[in-house]
Design a protein around this ligand. Structure first.
Ligand SMILES: Nc1ncnc2c1ncn2[C@@H]1O[C@H](COP(=O)(O)OP(=O)(O)OP(=O)(O)O)[C@@H](O)[C@H]1O
Ligand SMILES: [Mg+2]
Length: 108
């Protein structure tokens, strides 16, 4: 099993979620957070003033998936989360040792 941590645009969450669901990937955890990538700070204009922003709101999508599904999940998040502009996000993959359902004694 692998853990997929995808930092994505908040406004893309719904379309990413729907695209994943259409391919059968339903279970996920969603965290609201802020972060920054390679551009460090950015300049935004607010009411005619330049405002330096150090970090931007992002959504961190966390999913534990079978190794066999990893490439599909990454492709779906890319295809549905991409605008082509900087800040589209980043996907991290970690190994998962174990998953255990609370309701039953199943473990994976
Ligand atoms: N190396 C990293 N370590 C931890 N988190 C990161 C890293 N790179 C990006 N992130 C997270 O991903 C979010 C989105 O990053 P972002 O899309 O700006 O990446 P990027 O590498 O700068 O790509 P781009 O050039 O497309 O903007 C960041 O706000 C941050 O939360
Ligand atoms: Mg960036």
């Amino acid at each position: 099993m692998k853990m997929v941590l995808a930092a994505v645009r908040p406004e893309k969450l719904d379309v990413i979620k729907k695209a994943l669901e259409e391919k059968g990937f339903v279970a996920m955890s969603i965290f609201e957070m802020t972060g920054r990538g390679e551009q460090k700070g950015i300049l935004l204009e607010y009411r005619g003033e330049d405002v330096a922003v150090d970090t931007l709101p992002k959504i961190m999508l966390m999913m534990v998936v079978n190794h066999n599904d990893l490439d599909s999940v990454i492709s779906i998040i890319r295809a549905s989360g991409r605008t082509g502009h900087i800040g589209d996000g980043k996907i991290f993959v970690l190994p998962v040792e174990k998953m255990a359902r609370v309701r039953t004694d199943e473990t994976w």
